[in-house]
Design a protein. Sequence first.
Length: 88
Amino acid sequence: MPSRSWNQLKKEVLELLTQGDLTSSDIAGALAIDVHNAGMCLLKLFKQGLAYRIKGASFGKWRKPPFVYKITNRGIQRLRYYRELEQK
């Protein structure tokens, strides 16, 4: 598994969020990381205002619905900033 800094992981997750609505399972599968790590990463982005979340479809009476995350305007600006840093 590749070692990533927090900023690298944040950039990769923000890039994925530009493709559409994703859950922590979607992020985990795309980046080959544990679903719990993906969930914590998404929670951090949510708290920083870079993504927002809504409750997804319910899967039954006792199971909580997963959160679906979307990128915010602030998240798009941060992603642009990270891309500019890469080009320098």
